[in-house]
Write a protein that binds this ligand. Structure first.
Ligand SMILES: CC(C)(COP(=O)(O)OP(=O)(O)OC[C@H]1O[C@@H](n2cnc3c(N)ncnc32)[C@H](O)[C@@H]1OP(=O)(O)O)[C@@H](O)C(=O)NCCC(=O)NCCS
Length: 219
């Protein structure tokens, strides 16, 4: 059989969480499940969760007119490197989303987004490339989210929040709403710890945690 081939890049927890959603999307499109594989640079097994695990080189070697890859790696720096590598090899970004995802109105979502079950994205929202939103996360109105941003499960990102590239928001964190023209800002590469309640801007590269969230003092 000819036709596109699909890969979930990363066979760890993130990839195995995304795989059933990808399988469901392909089944709905009438694509056979044997055209879906894991890609992993160090395959932990030959088969995982019923799908072959191939190295990237083996994935490229499969005869196919088109190839798509969903980048299921939580580390945003690694995700960016993989995105560059795939682009250079003409492997197209693949966006995988659960059927329970709700996307409301005027939402622009970049390539390669992975949206887990019950993620809700409301209205007038801009999101960059390779966004990960894990189970149950919410993005409220008028947010602007950069490239390679990661939401762990259960993040509540209220309205008028700006999140710069490569920020990571931990499980169950809540981000206070900003105001039109004065968004609450999470800086580039910042990390928000699980359970944090963020009430003020977070500077680039800083890790915050707690309620109210403060810079994590590791001394
Ligand atoms: C905030 C975070 C990034 C810090 O990780 P780290 O730099 O490795 O920090 P450590 O684990 O060394 O902890 C440093 C201190 O901060 C505390 N701490 C860590 N995370 C915290 C959090 N989320 N809230 C409050 N305190 C926290 C630790 O208890 C420790 O305190 P101590 O020095 O008094 O013992 C991490 O704990 C976190 O919350 N990551 C997100 C996890 C997540 O959401 N995973 C989802 C996977 S799908």
């Amino acid at each position: 059989m000819t036709g596109p081939f699909y890969g979930i890049y990363g066979a760890s927890g993130c990839g195995r969480g995304i795989l059933p959603l990808a399988r469901e999307m392909l089944a709905a499109a009438g694509v056979s499940a044997d055209r879906l594989v894991f890609i992993d640079d160090k395959p932990p097994a030959e088969v995982l969760n019923g799908h072959r695990v191939l190295t990237y080189q083996a994935f490229l070697a499969i005869p196919a007119p088109e190839r798509f890859a969903a980048l299921a790696v939580a580390d945003s720096g690694v995700r960016e490197k993989l995105a560059d590598k795939c682009q250079a090899d003409d492997v197209q970004p693949w966006s995988v989303r659960a059927s329970s995802v709700v996307i409301m109105d005027d939402v622009v979502l970049g390539d390669g987004a992975l949206l887990s079950p019950t993620v809700t994205i409301t209205s007038n929202i801009r999101i960059g490339r390779q966004f990960h939103a894990n189970i149950g996360s919410i993005v409220e109105h008028d947010c602007v989210i950069g490239d390679f941003v990661t939401f762990a499960p259960g993040v509540i990102c209220n309205g008028n929040v700006r999140i710069e590239d490569h920020a990571y928001i931990g499980a169950g964190a809540m981000l206070r709403q900003g105001r039109p023209g004065a968004p609450l800002t999470i800086g580039r590469g910042a990390v928000v710890g699980m359970g944090a309640v963020v009430t003020r801007d977070v500077l680039p590269g800083v890790t915050v945690a707690g309620n109210p969230a403060r810079t994590l003092d590791k001394d």
